[in-house]
Design a protein around this ligand. Structure first.
Ligand SMILES: [Mg+2]
Length: 428
């Protein structure tokens, strides 16, 4: 007995000899097949195939009007793109040539007349089992394709939403950078118009009136005051130029960073030999340039304040995906473990935050006595870095990287003295 599913299969028996049809119908009914259609006039077959497609066809080859080969061709034609029902050929003509021709036309198996009942039943069962498996697989495939389709659509929608979020974030970044720069310009203008003017006046008066005093001790004291005012003026002017890098507007990123490198450090400190390499195939957007400039500014300032370096190299390279910035020195370096223990404020944390806000990352690599390297990467296309949290710096596992950036003493230009963790003693 076939199992319940196979028992429901529709079987079409086509033979111009009514006795053959009757025997097969009887044998199959005894075996439990409930849907067996018998046809002795082959001309009825085309209508049956198109109206009630069978799961299996038992087909005689030699018939009047429409022989078995023609029906095999018809089956192949009807199911050119679908699951063709298997055909079991019933024939008394068992020549090699006849079998080859039937196989070429798509026959699956043969039953030689007069046929053995058991053999007929077993061959029918094998072909139906194969047929059911094929139909089952096809349905699974269809379902799978539906699921893939659905997921693909969901994925496209997610990507679109992420892109939208990225565009939104880029706008926010631009506004944030604009607001920061505007504020810095305002502070710079304020310092220039108030404190600097006052100091200029103070220095002039000291120079003007100092020589009137006869007392050499007093005169020396006035001179010291005048020198102090001059130093304060110079420092304030440098601060103002850091707050508002005019070179960014006139000479672009490269010119502005060159000016940073040439500006020199504090009086009395020995200056490292500087190198600047800029190799950009695409000009980054202005907001990105500003972020790059501010990170470079912080890193260069750190080197000048703490590293006691002989060489300082700034390298900016880019491709269509993003821009890399390296600031390297051969100075005293720092101990990442010790630096990691000091958290809170600081230049490095601010640099890291700037990089992240722009959708990129920042990595600080250093060891005591072997110099330091700050490496930042910023995306050019905001869609390339839709998730800043997912942007991981290379080697972040073994170096203080984007996810775990150590603090350094503040070197953030423009930050009031004393707010940057002075006395942490982590670097020179
Ligand atoms: Mg016949």
């Amino acid at each position: 007995m076939p199992d319940a599913d196979l028992g429901k299969s529709r079987i079409l028996v086509v033979d111009d000899e009514p006795a053959n049809v009757t025997i097969l119908q009887r044998v199959l009914a005894q075996e439990g097949y409930k849907d067996v259609i018998g046809v002795t006039d082959p001309r009825e077959v085309p209508a049956i195939l198109s109206q009630a497609p069978p799961d299996l066809i038992l087909l005689d080859l030699l018939m009047p009007y429409l022989d078995g080969y023609r029906i095999l061709e018809l089956v192949a034609e009807l199911w050119r793109d679908g699951l063709r029902p298997p055909v079991l050929v019933l024939t008394a003509d068992a020549t090699h040539r006849a079998r080859e021709r039937a196989l070429r036309a798509g026959a699956m198996d043969f039953l030689t007349k007069p046929f053995d009942h058991l053999e007929a039943v077993l061959r029918v069962r094998n072909l139906l089992a194969w047929r059911h498996l094929e139909v089952h697989l096809a349905r699974q495939n269809e379902r799978l394709e539906e699921v893939v389709d659905l997921r693909t659509r969901a994925l496209h929608e997610s990507v679109e939403r992420l892109r939208e979020a990225a565009r939104h974030r880029e706008k926010l970044l631009n506004r944030l950078v604009d607001a920061q720069e505007m504020e810095r310009r305002e502070v710079a203008a304020e310092v220039h118009d108030t404190v600097i003017q006052t100091l200029v006046e103070l220095q002039l008066r000291l120079e003007l009136h100092g020589h009137r005093f006869e007392d050499p001790v007093l005169r020396a004291e006035i001179e010291r005051l005048s020198d102090a005012a001059a130093r304060a003026l110079a420092e304030l002017r440098q601060l103002v130029s850091q707050l508002r890098p005019v070179a960014m507007e006139t000479d672009g990123l490269e010119g502005a960073i060159r000016e940073l490198l040439q500006a020199g450090g504090r009086a009395g400190s020995s200056e490292p030999a500087t190198t600047l390499v800029v190799d950009l195939s695409v000009d980054p957007p202005l907001a990105t340039q500003t972020v790059l400039y501010r990170i470079a500014q912080g890193a260069i300032s750190n080197v000048r304040r703490h590293a006691a370096a002989r060489t300082l190299e700034v390298r900016i390279t880019g491709d269509t995906a993003g821009v890399d910035l390296w600031v390297r020195d051969d100075g005293v370096g720092f101990d990442p473990v010790e630096i990691l223990a000091i958290r809170g404020r600081g230049g490095l944390a601010i640099m890291d935050e700037r990089a992240r806000l722009a959708g990129g990352w920042l990595q600080a690599d250093a060891s005591v006595g072997h110099g330091a390297e700050i490496h930042a990467w910023l995306p050019l296309d905001p869609e390339a870095a839709v998730d800043p949290e997912a942007a991981v710096a290379p080697g972040a596992d073994d170096a203080p990287g984007a996810d775990d950036v150590p603090e350094m003493e503040s070197a953030e230009p423009g930050e009031p003295p004393g707010t940057g963790g002075a006395g942490s003693g982590t670097t020179g």
